[in-house]
Design a binder for this molecule. Structure first.
Ligand SMILES: Cc1cc2nc3c(=O)[nH]c(=O)nc-3n(C[C@H](O)[C@H](O)[C@H](O)COP(=O)(O)O)c2cc1C
Length: 370
């Protein structure tokens, strides 16, 4: 049975299930299209893509589906200053590079793509939804997205952030619970106070804003989806659950790490990118953070750009100990399967969980009538 909500009707999708944007290679066009074809909403995580790559990925998605899909970017922030100790940081990273047969790391001439060029490309993709994380977009950017009639969703990790996004004019708020895999979206406060679990965050945001809320963070199966809907969410956004799908582009060593890790084996780290993100604990994370982190880690996105060659080589060589293994706390529930099978399973499980609650209610009513 389809799981329709007012939001799914507006977005013209069958199920209130979004595949999270998975910047860094997880969300191949094949994954995005498979999710959308199965009645969910696939997302292209375009934050690390050059404008031409954004256009090309969307072209492939459109060649594989006529269903709606979304596009996601990071809200821009001013480029960080290069810290005085950057050469020390590079030197500390050099042995890891040498171990993979790479030349010593260097500071990149440009640490990230130009947001305005990425936005220009994103507006040409034919995506019907635009979402963003890491901040609030400028009123000019919001106006440009709305002129394209795209639905606009921003990411919040606290109630105050959700209110700021609503005031800026978004059509929906994606709540990112502390369980979530990947980078924290926190933008209005310090990262440690933005660590609110999905169970607490969703209902408080639902009470505080009028726009629909999309719950994310630790949701892996139909029980989680039913719970999020019961908390007042209009849809859910799953990241980790889609990473182990057949169509996901992450290296096999990363998929295996998710399939074998437990809920207590992730940590929030800045080691790979300079910005807090949740991933499976591995050697790189432990060793980089073993001393004084401030001495060892450059600010985002510099650290991300510096460690990129290491992560790319590790992916090719199957060395999970040097990969950023972004994953949420629900990873024991991850399965290898096609995206279409995952969506079918999620819908079946959600219906079963909702029927279970209904049956409990009926039993309770029958008991109290006796
Ligand atoms: C590998 C990975 C990459 C991600 N990339 C993005 C991204 O580009 N943009 C974004 O808004 N969220 C991104 N996220 C966060 C997701 O939107 C979402 O908050 C998270 O996956 C939900 O938690 P879960 O992984 O437990 O399902 C990413 C998450 C992961 C695991």
């Amino acid at each position: 049975m389809p799981l329709t909500t007012e939001l799914t009707r507006k977005l013209e999708i069958a199920h209130p299930i979004f595949q999270a944007p998975l910047a860094g290679g997880g969300d191949t066009p094949e994954l995005v299209a498979a999710v959308s074809n199965a009645g969910g909403l696939g997302f292209i995580g375009a934050a690390y893509l050059a404008p031409s790559q954004i256009i090309e990925s969307a072209r492939i998605v459109r060649s594989k589906t006529e269903r709606p899909f979304g596009i996601n970017l990071f809200a821009p922030s001013s480029a960080p200053e290069i810290p005085g100790n950057s050469q020390d940081v590079l030197q500390r990273l050099a042995p890891f590079f040498a171990e993979l047969g790479l030349l010593a790391p260097i500071l990149p001439s440009r640490a990230s793509e130009s947001f305005s060029e990425q936005l220009e490309a994103a507006l040409q993709t034919g995506a019907s939804v635009f979402s963003f994380t890491f901040g609030v977009l400028s009123s000019d950017a919001i106006a440009a997205i709305k002129r394209k009639n795209m639905f606009l969703f921003g990411t919040a990790t606290t109630v105050d952030e959700a209110i700021a996004l609503e005031q800026a004019g978004v059509d929906g708020v994606v709540t990112q619970g502390s369980e979530a895999g990947g980078h924290r979206g926190t933008f209005a406060g310090d990262f440690s106070s933005g660590m609110i679990g999905t169970m607490s965050l969703v209902p408080q945001v639902v009470d505080a804003v009028r726009v629909p809320v999309i719950a994310s963070g630790g949701i892996m199966d139909g029980r989680g989806i039913a719970a999020a809907l019961a908390l007042g969410a209009s849809a859910v956004q799953l990241g980790t659950a889609f990473l182990t799908c057949d169509e996901s582009g992450i290296p096999n060593a990363y998929k295996e790490a998710i399939l074998h890790a437990h809920e207590d084996q992730t940590r929030i780290t800045k080691a790979f990118s300079g910005r807090p993100a949740r991933g499976i604990v591995n050697r790189f994370m432990t060793e980089v953070e073993s001393g004084d982190a401030a001495e060892a880690i450059l600010p985002f996105p510099l650290q991300n750009a510096v460690t990129r060659p290491l992560r790319s080589a590790a992916a090719k060589q199957g060395r999970a100990e040097f990969l950023s293994l972004w994953a949420g706390q629900g990873m024991r529930l991850a399965r290898r399967q096609s995206a279409a099978d995952l969506i079918v399973r999620l819908v079946r499980e959600t219906n079963a969980a909702l029927e279970h609650l209904q049956a409990m209610k009926s039993t309770g009513q029958a008991r109290s009538a006796r």
